[in-house]
Design a protein around this ligand. Structure first.
Ligand SMILES: NC(=O)c1ccc[n+]([C@@H]2O[C@H](COP(=O)([O-])OP(=O)(O)OC[C@H]3O[C@@H](n4cnc5c(N)ncnc54)[C@H](O)[C@@H]3O)[C@@H](O)[C@H]2O)c1
Length: 257
């Protein structure tokens, strides 16, 4: 029996990277899947999900648009009757030091990474409150816990997600709803693929080397942590920022060579 047998999971960002890997893993573990993304998933990736979860549905929506989010989630509830887990994996990266960042770019990153996760939570919560149960998993980042040069908007957005997690854990624990976030280090997804092109490869290698394990995570390794938080194995876990970073935040390795 799968670890999410009989459960319904809403997964944003389900068309790519961590969200797609989470949809596939949750389906494998017996969950019904409701995917949401601004983009369509690749046919073969979604076919993998549907193979394990034949009742899977997908809704194209922009998580910045409250009406679109509300409509998509109403559709999921109509179809499945309940929502046991919400994984907020839709997100974007943003670059630039403060004095070089356009207001529109700052707002884009904050709107998608912070407001988007707030809006999906807002419209999933009434169903979870009615049930008296649920698990919400936000995607923060190690960059919500510490700074990295040249990514001011992204740092600000992920720091906000870490505190939004704690706030929601406080507000909803009396109702049986657990709220946690994941703080991955670098993950090999389309978001980091730019580091594989000429000119940025050296930065990519440096960043990989800053992880004690010497590499980025595969998206499936983050999906495994999301599975833990969504499952009953995490029944006593709420308000936490679960770091899954291959040792990126462990400290500094200082040696003679
Ligand atoms: N890749 C990494 O190194 C890494 C590390 C730490 C945290 N994260 C976080 O994990 C999450 C997933 O990242 P990923 O690497 O899978 O990225 P990705 O680019 O592979 O996937 C992100 C998905 O979000 C969707 N999306 C973007 N804007 C949207 C919007 N307005 N409405 C709906 N969907 C939207 C995209 O279409 C895409 O399918 C993000 O929040 C990211 O910040 C990623």
């Amino acid at each position: 029996m799968g670890r999410l047998e009989g459960k319904v999971a809403v997964i944003t960002g389900a068309a790519s990277g961590i969200g797609a890997a989470t949809a596939a893993r949750f389906a494998e573990e017996g969950a019904s899947i409701a995917g949401l993304d601004i983009a369509k998933p690749a046919d073969d990736a979604w076919a993998l999900v549907c193979d394990k979860a034949p009742d899977a549905i997908f809704s194209e929506a922009d998580i910045r648009d409250e009406d679109a989010v509300k409509g998509a989630i109403e559709g999921f509830v109509q179809r499945f009757g309940r929502i046991d887990a919400l994984v907020n994996a839709a997100g974007v990266v943003g670059f630039g030091a403060a004095h070089l960042t356009e207001v529109a770019e700052f707002e884009r990153v904050m709107d998608i990474n912070v407001k988007g996760s707030f809006l999906t939570s807002k419209h999933v919560l009434p169903t979870m409150l009615e049930q008296g149960s649920g698990s919400i998993i936000h995607l923060a980042s190690v960059e919500g816990l510490e700074g990295i040069s040249g990514q001011m908007s992204y740092n600000a957005s992920k720091g906000a997600v870490v505190l939004m997690t704690k706030n929601m854990a406080l507000d909803y624990s009396p109702s049986g709803i657990r709220v946690n976030c994941l703080c991955p280090g670098g993950v090999a997804t389309p978001m980091t693929a730019m580091l594989n092109v000429d000119g940025l490869k050296a930065i990519g290698d440096k960043l990989r080397g800053a992880h004690l394990l010497g590499r980025f995570a595969e998206p499936e390794e983050i999906a495994a942590a999301a599975l833990f938080l969504a499952s009953d194995d995490a029944s006593f876990v709420t308000g936490t920022s679960l770091v899954v970073d291959g040792g990126y935040t462990a400290g500094h390795r200082i040696t003679l060579e």
